[in-house]
Write a protein that binds this ligand. Structure first.
Ligand SMILES: *Cc1c(COP(=O)(O)O)cnc(C)c1O
Length: 400
């Protein structure tokens, strides 16, 4: 009987609204792209994870369409019963080859990959040492494991060392250091060389979730380990097909052969959730083909990111991120007491003028650190980038 629960839930929803945290979804009436249409207006899109513009790329769409005819619509099975087509195995091999690992295993999402990887590999007596800004799915996945848990301050190598000492003193057997390759609210990179150094000093493994990097970071698009030259020192990679690699859905763990083999035997989201849909597998394979030849798109993306940073800096905006290694996630900061309100008003004003950006405030980011997170894409043009900057300036003038 629903009864009193209805009123309780309504009260909770009221609290979310009153706190200004209610998320309204704007419906697109177009494919995902640099230019989208919402119900009310045409917009330049600066808030998608569509870094290489593959979400509506004709080759990806064509591959997915052809797969519907060749492979059908759904698998109606998990992988180990009758849900593995030759192309599922091919995609896993392609991912492993691309990332330079011995093997890879597909999940329905990277959320599931992170939900299924820790429990299998790290049990009682082991230790997981995790960056405080890691993605929600890592936090949940770590909670499911029986291992001891240690958290270090974001990218703080002194604190990582202290936590590794604590894990060693507690007699931990297997130890793993876990980090996002890129922290999505800040557009900052994990200091992977220093992390690998510390991990080696303490005999720990390294796991990197490279969801916001795979496909476009590093000269070959192989992600943060490639960017920092530490690909052979990272033991486990997790990542998503739902961002740069076509943006549909799916995730993976890429790692040593035994790791992947054991995950196939024991990982619960892999064993008990349906196979990735055939059209998504085919589209993702096409996306990986494109990524291999996307040097120019990666250069264009880097140019757009640099142009945006230069123009916004000149206009007096305060940006996060590292000018030496700029990531296309570019947070525009609205610090202070009324920053959350100003960020929200600027974002609203910009949307009104046809530039789609989203403001983030507490509790998604720390109090007093509100921001508008701009995400550049290779699918934008230089004029799009300039239009985004102009919209920021006009909105700041209007909001005050
Ligand atoms: C987006 C993201 C995920 C979730 O990926 P899905 O495939 O959409 O579930 C996991 N980890 C990180 C770091 C992400 O940015």
């Amino acid at each position: 009987m629903y009864g009193p629960v209805k009123d309780e839930l309504a009260a909770t929803l009221g609290e979310i609204r009153a706190a200004g945290l209610y998320k309204n979804e704007r419906e697109l009436t177009t494919p995902q792209s640099a230019h989208v249409r919402t119900r009310t207006a045409d917009s330049l899109n600066f808030c998608a994870n569509n870094y290489l513009g593959l979400a509506d790329h004709p080759d990806v769409v064509a591959a997915a369409k052809a797969a519907l005819d060749e492979w059908g619509f759904g698998m109606a099975s998990v992988r180990f019963i009758c849900g593995t087509q030759t192309q599922h195995t091919r995609l896993e091999q392609r991912l492993a080859d691309f990332l330079g690992t011995e093997a890879a295993i597909l999940y329905s999402s990277c959320f599931d990959a992170n939900g299924g990887v820790f429990e299998v590999l790290f049990g009682e007596g082991d230790a997981i040492v995790s960056d405080e800004l890691n993605h929600a799915s890592i936090i949940d996945g770590v909670r499911l494991a029986k291992a001891m848990r240690y958290r270090y301050r974001n990218a703080d190598m002194a604190d990582l060392r202290a936590q590794l000492v604590a894990a060693r003193d507690a007699g931990a057997h297997r130890v793993v250091v876990v980090t996002d390759g890129v922290f999505s609210m800040d557009g900052s990179y994990a200091p992977l060389p220093a992390i690998c150094d510390l991990a080696e000093e303490f005999g720990a493994m390294v796991l990197v979730d490279d969801s916001h990097a795979v496909g476009f970071v590093g000269a070959g698009g192989r992600g943060t380990p490639e960017l920092f030259g530490v690909a052979d020192r990272v033991d486990i990679l997790t990542g998503t097909l739902g961002k740069a690699l076509g943006g549909a859905s799916g995730g993976y763990v890429a790692s040593h052969g035994e790791v992947v083999e054991l995950l196939r035997q024991r990982s619960r989201p892999y064993l008990f959730s349906n196979s990735v849909a055939p059209a998504v597998v085919a589209g993702s394979l096409a996306a990986l083909d494109l990524v291999a030849n996307s040097g120019q798109a990666r250069e264009r993306l880097a140019r757009h990111t640099a142009l945006f940073r230069t123009l916004m800096g000149a206009a007096g905006f305060d940006l996060l991120g590292d000018d030496a290694h700029p990531h296309p996630i570019t947070p525009v900061m609205f610090p202070g007491e009324d920053g959350a309100r100003r960020a929200a008003e600027v974002a609203d004003h910009m949307l009104g003028s046809g530039v789609y950006v989203i403001a983030f405030s507490y509790p998604v980011v720390p109090k007093g650190r509100a921001r508008i997170r701009v995400q550049l894409s290779a699918a934008h043009t230089e004029d799009d980038v300039r239009a985004c900057v102009a919209a920021f300036v006009a909105a700041r003038d209007a909001v005050g």
